[in-house]
Design a protein around this ligand. Sequence first.
Ligand SMILES: Nc1nc2c(ncn2[C@@H]2O[C@H](COP(=O)(O)OP(=O)(O)OP(=O)(O)O)[C@@H](O)[C@H]2O)c(=O)[nH]1
Ligand SMILES: [K+]
Ligand SMILES: [Mg+2]
Length: 359
Amino acid sequence: MGILERIKEIEAEMARTQKNKATEYHLGQLKAKIAKLRTQLLEPPKGASAGGDGFEVTKFGHGRVALIGFPSVGKSTLLTMLTGTHSEAASYEFTTLTCIPGIIHYNDTKIQLLDLPGIIEGASEGKGRGRQVIAVAKSSDLVLMVLDASKSEGHRQILTRELEAVGLRLNKRPPQVLFREDSTVDDLIDVIEGNRKYIKCVYVYNKIDVVGIDDVDNLARQPNSLVISCNLQLNLDRLLARMWEEMGLVRVYTKPQGQQPDFGDPVVLSSDRGGCTVEDFCNHIHRSLLKDVKYVLVWGTSARHYPQHCGLGHGLEDEDVVQIVKKKEKEEGGRGRFKSHTNAPDRISDRVKKAPLKT
Ligand SMILES: Nc1nc2c(ncn2[C@@H]2O[C@H](COP(=O)(O)OP(=O)(O)OP(=O)(O)O)[C@@H](O)[C@H]2O)c(=O)[nH]1
Ligand SMILES: [K+]
Ligand SMILES: [Mg+2]
């Protein structure tokens, strides 16, 4: 009998068994049996290389976020809640066996969220699907490390160690190895080896519905942490906001001359992916645009006054509005400098309006 059939059989037996105090132990044993069989499904076939088995998912959207965690902490439940894409969730471990992508629509941007199989201690040495899962984490812009609030706090350290063992550095910046800085031996090795990936990570404690308020309070105070409950839909809005903030996306609205910008359709830049200068913005619209650009007019938090005439090196900020003035094209408002205030965008975001003008 194959592994899948044996799992089906046990599932059927669990369905037949009434849940009560007397059967609790037996049901627990059946669950453990399923989990064990499913880890066997996770073992890569003998002789198979790390990739090439349908695990990789094409990148999509303005950024990629990976859900990493031990089995049954609620990764799939979270993916289903945040993206609307269904990912099978169940009370036994190793329910998820491959990488399942979903899309989060937030602030007019699209973020790819990836559900992954649970990883276990020893993942970095190839246990379970450890290697593949870690490779996906490496390809992401942000890791959400999902933890069970009712389980040992040591899980956070174990997982962090597993990821570090394969070169992932969470919430650290590449060391500037100058003799002026207090670099550790490990920092030095990281620089010399050069294959390190520095990545942001938010520690997400799920299932706070099953722990006491003091524990929740304690977890919420850990660095880079957030507490949630998928079951009670607690704090999911905060998680989305935090995720978006950590990704550092910069939305720039293009304002055609004499018209209002389309505020529903930003050009999305990021300092991690290609940069946020006027030049990056132009390249994003069209590669051939750059040679025609004379300067740009900028409204928003990056501008010292509205509109500011900026060159290609100017750094743009989230929710800036940009009008491109091409060579041989007259700027709005005639020859006079800065006369174009009359045609300023009629919606500058509240955040931009509140921001003090830079002097
Ligand atoms: N009490 C409680 N249970 C939850 C919560 N979120 C998920 N669960 C339950 O936890 C169990 C595991 O959820 P999954 O979403 O399958 O967990 P997973 O991390 O994807 O598990 P694997 O794919 O097996 O690694 C299921 O029985 C869920 O109903 C929560 O916020 N509170
Ligand atoms: K599960
Ligand atoms: Mg799952």
